[in-house]
Design a protein around this ligand. Structure first.
Ligand SMILES: [Cu+2]
Length: 158
């Protein structure tokens, strides 16, 4: 009798090959948090500000909070939310930061929560990388790099 054994290693390799995608965006981990698809958009030469977008997943059992962000590319970096004021979309700084509940995934995306680069020192050029440091209340700080997508891009093309 011939028994065929498929080792877990082979299964894992097959799964990886199947899931393999040409990902340009890097994913990051700090403490119980995973940061995926950090990106931004190219900015017009006259732009004073730009948005930063990413997804944070809290795999831990306690909530955390994105309390600050900083970068060398702009005078200031803030964490913003978008609110409807009547029929007008307005954004403002989250003064207490953005909560990442235990077990939750929070998306920073156009029209929603986002990182705001204010006082750009130079425009964001397509295909460049924008350095950003995220500061979490519990997990600590994390240096990441945002992919610059085309001007007006609605979401990363992956
Ligand atoms: Cu904003």
């Amino acid at each position: 009798m011939i028994t065929r054994r498929i080792t877990p290693l082979v299964i894992a390799a097959a799964a990886l090959a199947f899931l393999s995608v040409p990902a340009t965006a890097q994913d990051y981990k700090v403490g119980a948090l995973e940061i995926t698809h950090p990106w931004t958009r190219a900015t017009p030469s006259t732009a004073q500000s730009g948005g930063g977008f990413l997804t944070v997943t809290n795999k831990g059992t306690t909530p955390d909070r994105l309390i600050a962000a900083r970068s060398t590319v702009s005078a200031r970096v803030e964490v913003h939310e978008v609110r409807m004021d009547g029929n007008v979309m307005k954004m403002r700084e989250l003064e207490k930061g953005l909560e990442i509940p235990a077990g939750a995934t929070v998306m920073l995306k156009p029209g929603g929560y986002h990182i705001m680069f204010m006082g750009l020192k130079a425009p964001f050029a397509k295909d460049a990388k924008v350095p950003l440091t995220l500061v979490f209340e519990k997990a600590g700080s994390l240096d990441i790099s945002l992919d610059v997508e085309a001007l007006g891009a609605a979401a990363p093309k992956h």
